[in-house]
Design a protein around this ligand. Structure first.
Ligand code: DON
Length: 301
């Protein structure tokens, strides 16, 4: 049933007339062929079913923010919320005005400003190199196999053109919500966003957030619940309401077109389609999850 559903979605979506647009503010992302599509699902019984280009690597981008949040919650617990809020926003993921209105406290850990603060917190007492090694190690452990690397060309590309993130980091610095120099925190953040994996690996990496076997013991259960709540309310930025309405379970998107979605206790789902909608979330990825949710009755509502 699941295999047939995935194959049907794969066939249908490859014919979709509007695939969205690839992100072009990071030159390395602008080069990606938008005619690619992959989906992979891990189930509670250990089974994994995949379709499409599921062995092709893509950069995690903002999907990495769910993993750094998990690490920061493990290290700081509720202390993290002194520096970052837990509220959705009606502004874009890289909004500067949102940060200014919050007096330098980002609205949530998934908008860029919030994720930059989370990475800054992870840097505390460590070098950027060691911090990155820890992040990669955490993702590797979540996936359960070793083949996860950083795409350095992607990180360099973003470092050069990421003016919006530089302005967010400087604003955070001006309000004393950035412990390290902007270049250290952003250098780490850009590299974390450039961690590459394929759809099959991303679905496996999400098992700890779905409470599935193979994913146990990464973080405490209460943190799993917190992260899922934030993925549901903030994981798709100002498009989070639309995602919750259409799909009905938590998800975290990335500007490379990846989405990690969690059906608590049931499945970890990864989808990748590089074309984006106007909120910067995967256009066909969202549609695929909507169809999967309907076919499998996986909405949590
Ligand atoms: O910081 C950025 O702009 C990117 N590295 C990540 C943004 C992102 O993935 C937004 N998601 N849809």
């Amino acid at each position: 049933m699941l295999e047939e559903t995935l194959n049907r979605i794969n066939t249908e979506l490859r014919e979709a007339p509007d695939k969205g647009l690839v992100a072009d503010y990071i030159p390395e992302l602008a080069k990606i062929d938008p005619n690619q599509f992959a989906m992979s699902v891990c189930l509670a019984d250990g089974q994994q079913v995949s379709c499409g280009d599921f062995t092709t690597n893509f950069s995690m981008q903002s999907v990495s923010k769910a993993f750094t949040l998990a690490m920061a919650l493990g290290r700081y617990g509720d202390g993290l919320w002194k520096r970052v809020g837990r509220e959705p926003t009606s502004n874009a993921f890289n909004s500067v005005v949102d940060l200014e209105l919050g007096g330098g406290k980002p609205r949530n850990p998934f908008v860029n400003a919030g994720a930059i603060v989370v990475t800054d917190a992870l840097l505390s007492g460590r070098t950027p190199k060691d911090t990155l090694a820890e992040i990669v190690q955490f993702v590797r452990a979540a996936v359960g196999d070793g083949d996860i690397y950083i795409n350095h060309d992607m990180a360099r590309s973003e470092n050069i053109t990421g003016h919006r993130n530089w302005s967010l980091a400087h604003f955070l610095k001006s309000t004393d919500n950035l412990e390290h120099e902007c270049e250290l925190t952003l250098g780490t953040y850009f590299h974390q966003c450039s961690i590459e994996l394929n759809c099959q690996q991303l679905a496996r990496a999400g098992r700890f957030l779905a409470g599935l076997s193979g994913g146990h013991d990464m973080i405490a259960n209460r943190h799993v619940r917190s992260i899922n709540a934030l993925m549901m309310t903030c994981g798709h930025y100002d498009g989070s309401g639309e995602f919750a309405y259409r799909v009905g379970f938590p998800g975290k998107s990335g500007v490379s077109g990846g989405i990690l979605a969690i059906v608590p206790g049931v499945a970890s789902v990864a989808v990748w389609a590089p074309g984006l909608n106007s909120f910067g979330n995967s256009q066909l990825g969202t549609l695929a999850l909507e169809r999967l949710s309907l076919a499998m009755s996986w909405s949590v509502f």
